[in-house]
Design a protein around this ligand. Structure first.
Ligand SMILES: Nc1ncnc2c1ncn2[C@@H]1O[C@H](COP(=O)(O)OP(=O)(O)O)[C@@H](O)[C@H]1O
Ligand SMILES: [Mg+2]
Length: 220
């Protein structure tokens, strides 16, 4: 389902170019749970951002469902994100000044669904993740673990078949980490394709069907 062929990614930082990924190839099948491992700075997030259609390859090919996404214009990328991808960001990226419920409902906004239905669907997901009592809390009033649950609900609202989670256990305590593992286990059972990154050993290791070890922008 996901095919990465000889992908490189360069970032420009002032006058220097940084090779975040160099000639990386990998395949991921539908329903697989894959872990990107490796030290900080090894290119894991960059690869996740490419698969999540948040950033483009500098060279090489990225195929999603046999479509050459790497060669598509930006507005197509955002429609793929809406249709197929749920992204759980490392820093959760909730929008302050909006409630938990509004944050979860946000991805439905471009789809022309009525506010009533958007809020109902969002509340249903908060219930599924047992955080509905915080529905009316502002994003900034939530603890780290609660923010992550809201971020997971937001990632699931479009019923994406691919779920990407960048360092999902790095910014939460051990109790929430256990809860997170249970949620990921459920999503795996539901047949979702899941890709997570981690720079440390964790409970996610035993959930993963396969791991890729990143080092200096390559898989080793
Ligand atoms: N937006 C960016 N601009 C410049 N350099 C970046 C950017 N994002 C990542 N990098 C660099 O690319 C390399 C890989 O980063 P990243 O993919 O975030 O690694 P990891 O997720 O494994 O920690 C690092 O050297 C990092 O500093
Ligand atoms: Mg990272």
């Amino acid at each position: 389902m996901i095919k990465i062929e000889k992908v490189s990614k360069k970032y420009r930082s002032g006058k220097v170019w940084i090779n975040a990924l160099h000639n990386v190839s990998l395949n991921i099948k539908e329903g697989e749970f894959v872990l990107f491992k490796g030290p900080s700075g090894s290119g894991k997030s960059t690869m996740l951002n490419i698969i999540g259609c948040l950033t483009r390859v500098s060279s090489g090919v990225f195929l999603l469902d046999n479509e050459k996404v790497s060669h598509w214009p930006d507005h197509f990328l955002s429609s793929i994100r809406t249709k197929k991808i749920g992204f759980i960001f490392q820093q959760f990226n909730l929008i302050t000044g909006y409630s938990a419920l509004e944050n979860v409902a946000l991805p439905l906004l471009p789809l022309g669904i009525s506010r009533n239905i958007r809020m109902k669907k969002a509340f249903g997901l908060l219930e599924k993740l047992h955080i509905e009592t915080r529905a009316d809390f502002m994003a900034q009033e939530l603890s780290g673990g609660q923010q992550q649950l809201v971020a997971i609900a937001r990632a699931l609202i479009n019923d994406p078949k691919i779920i990407l989670a960048d360092e999902p256990i790095s910014n939460i305590d051990s109790r929430h980490a256990e809860n997170l593992i249970n949620i990921l286990t459920e999503l795996k059972k539901e047949g979702k394709t899941i890709i997570a990154t981690s720079h440390i050993q964790s409970g996610i290791d035993r959930l993963a069907d396969r791991s890729f070890n990143f080092k200096d922008g390559a898989i080793c």
